[in-house]
Design a protein around this ligand. Structure first.
Ligand code: SF4
Length: 306
């Protein structure tokens, strides 16, 4: 039985994932988000009784033999994994044994200004960081950070980190009704996100019972808000679940859509009717559009000069 390894679990956004939990006994986080899937808990700035790197690596090696077909190894925690004391050493050792798999970390970005954390993350293949709001008041109310966690440090840290990080950086915005679900918030987010320039932005809402009483927004709301994010590939979580009637777009309209930003393969499959899919396929064949893979998701991207 594993103490620190769980899964594999299928993640639509990252593929088949084997998880490493750095806080298996209890929630230890520097946020206490209203929407957290874990029970509300007092915030902390460290992980008590951290598992030893050596023990994690031993378990990981056995799990990799058992599950050779996974896509990613995900560092996570019942809380915040960047609070783990020996993160850099852990990343280094996972990279030694991962056998061609990608390494992913899911973090709330609260410590991203910390040089030691940045250094540890540099050697990870996919870094997924949360940024739900860039408005101080909303950030405080929604993410309920530990004292000392500062939104300005987070946004500055994200900009700084993205300049030196050479692998795939994904930002996630989780939208909660009556908190960060306004056009104004997304317009401001768009400015900061474009300064950070991540590889991809994931937009989601609550889809499981949460620690406190807060509500999800509708799929339509997510889609409208996502239009404010320009230039960067965007994935709306669970789009397939909400797939509506397929739309018919002319070639020029498909090009306009892709001019706004790259669109994921799955989104195009769900949104377009058969005729439009054929047009898109032709654009692909004649080179006006090409596919790029961003953190295990394919996107249609306009080829320059199209
Ligand atoms: S950062 Fe993640 S683990 Fe921490 S409170 Fe928020 S949702 Fe929960």
């Amino acid at each position: 039985m594993s103490n620190f390894i769980f899964g594999p679990v299928q993640s639509r956004r990252f593929g088949l994932s084997l998880g490493i939990d750095l806080s298996p006994d209890k929630k230890q986080c520097n946020f206490d988000c209203l929407y957290c899937e874990l029970k509300g808990a007092k915030t902390t700035d460290n992980i008590q009784n951290p598992p030893l790197v050596h023990d994690i690596i031993n378990e990981l090696k056995s799990s990799l033999v058992k599950f050779p077909n996974i896509d990613v190894i995900t560092i996570t925690a019942n809380g915040e994994p960047t609070l783990y004391l020996w993160l850099k050493e852990l990343v280094w050792q996972i990279n030694e044994v991962k056998n061609g798999k990608k390494l992913l970390i899911l973090s709330n970005a609260a410590c991203i200004h910390d040089k030691n954390v940045q250094e540890a993350l540099l050697d990870i293949d996919i870094v997924k960081l949360s940024l739900d709001s860039v408005t101080h008041k909303i950030f405080q109310k929604l993410n309920r950070p530990h004292k000392g966690v500062n939104l300005k440090y987070i946004t500055d840290g994200l900009k700084e980190f993205s300049k030196v990080f050479k692998n795939e950086l994904v930002l996630e915005v989780l939208v909660v009704e009556n908190f960060n679900d306004t056009r104004d918030e997304f317009m401001t987010l768009n400015e900061i996100i474009n300064e950070i320039s991540p590889s991809r932005v994931d937009i989601s809402t609550i889809d499981r019972p949460s620690a406190y009483k807060v509500n999800a927004v509708s799929y339509e709301a997510l889609e409208i808000l996502s239009r404010e994010i320009k230039n960067i590939p965007v994935v709306i979580a669970n789009r397939g679940k909400f797939a509506k009637t397929a739309v018919n777009l002319k070639e020029i309209e498909i090009i306009q859509l892709l001019k706004m930003r790259p669109q994921s393969e799955e989104d195009m499959k769900n949104i377009l009717d058969e005729n439009s899919k054929e047009l898109l396929q032709n654009l692909l064949i004649n080179g006006k559009v090409h596919l790029v893979n961003v953190a295990n998701i394919n996107f249609y991207k306009l080829t320059c000069n199209s």
